[in-house]
Design a protein around this ligand. Structure first.
Ligand code: HEC
Length: 134
């Protein structure tokens, strides 16, 4: 039993070291500067939006840079994300135009997202859009 534990310790140290060295190799000349923080908005985007949306390219849904490139009102964008069908059915012209353009495909509701999460999400989209624009 003791032997197995020792082996486990040795192996985990070994793997940790192996991981570390491959990280350093891929991050180029200045590994410390490039430490990438994962933004909360990025996690939400990847888990809940990415199946249908790119930020800079169209998928089944529109490229979300449109929010900033077309100066959408943030209140409108949030309403659309939370419950697009409600906005469409309320007769909102822009929402209906977007819905038609994307062949009336249905975007699910995201009522569970808090105001703070929506802000994080929009911040992430904006940063990724601006990165690409440069
Ligand atoms: C199942 C696919 C799907 C998912 C998942 C999805 N969307 Fe959409 N989204 C669409 C489609 C399709 C449209 C085009 C409008 C329509 O058909 O309702 C759209 C439109 C939009 C628009 C309006 C774009 C404009 O022109 O102003 C925004 C903003 C948006 N989505 C944000 C999001 C965000 C943020 C998420 C994740 C929380 C998300 N969507 C998840 C399919 C999706």
């Amino acid at each position: 039993m003791k032997g197995i534990f020792k082996l486990y310790l040795i192996l985990s140290v070994f793997f940790a070291a192996a991981c570390q060295s491959s990280k350093n190799r891929t991050s180029g000349a200045s590994p410390h500067k490039e430490k990438k923080e994962i933004r909360p908005g990025e996690v939400i985007f990847k888990q809940q939006c990415q199946v249908c949306h790119g930020i800079n390219e169209d998928k089944s849904g529109p490229a979300l840079k449109v929010i900033f490139s077309e100066n959408r009102k943030m209140q409108w964008v949030k309403k659309f994300i939370v419950n697009s069908q409600q906005l469409i059915q309320s007769g909102d012209k822009l929402a209906n135009a977007v819905y038609k353009k994307y062949h009336e495909s249905y975007m699910p509701e995201f009522k569970q997202l808090s105001e703070k999460q929506l802000d994080e999400l929009l911040k992430h989209i904006k940063l990724e859009y601006e990165k690409k624009k440069q």
